[in-house]
Design a protein around this ligand. Sequence first.
Ligand SMILES: [Zn+2]
Length: 232
Amino acid sequence: MSQFIVCLDPGHGPGCANRSPDGSYQEQEFAYDVAGRVKARLEARGVEVVLTRDAEGYPSLSQRCLASNGAGAHAFVSLHSNAAGNGGWESASGLEMYTSAGPDTAPRNVLAQRLKERFEAERVALRTVPIRHYGYAVLTGTEAPAVLIEYGFHTSRSDTALLLDGSYREKLARATADGICAFLGVAWREETAGESDRDTVQRRFRLADETMDYLSAYQYADALLQRLATGA
Ligand SMILES: [Zn+2]
């Protein structure tokens, strides 16, 4: 039996009208897809995951809270994307998170802070005020420390392009899972199987692509990366 249970709440459901102005992006599809990616990463570290809906489901807000409370979740994360304006493209962009209220020392805000650190490490663009407070039903009705993540604006052309991109979704999922694990105190489990030394080093030390290119150009790069990757 797992020590920890995490409830992931993919926002909305099929038929929801929240989409990009050009119709290429649906918030509910993004939310469900990224939740699945986070789930896989948490389960790989031995964390039990409960989803509030499947691909076809569209539960009410109180049903989502019940799913978390019934499971006895230790953390609740709701996945969304943001919107601005009245149906056209807008300039507002970036990731922001919500918890129900302060203070900063409340577990929900510590969870948000751990997530923020991981998004920063992954160089995800954050809003000027990345952690805000609002009494969303899924935040006030859940017993577990709860955070709602607005991963970007589907009314921004540049954010929408990112939110549609599979590798960007992986990056968001990695940061989300890492942040949750950091909050829970779940030990970092190295996922080195089948990974190149370069990838292991980049992940372990959280280095930028440019830094890795620079390192790889070094005359003894292969030996150096191998030493760093194996911790020798
Ligand atoms: Zn939403």
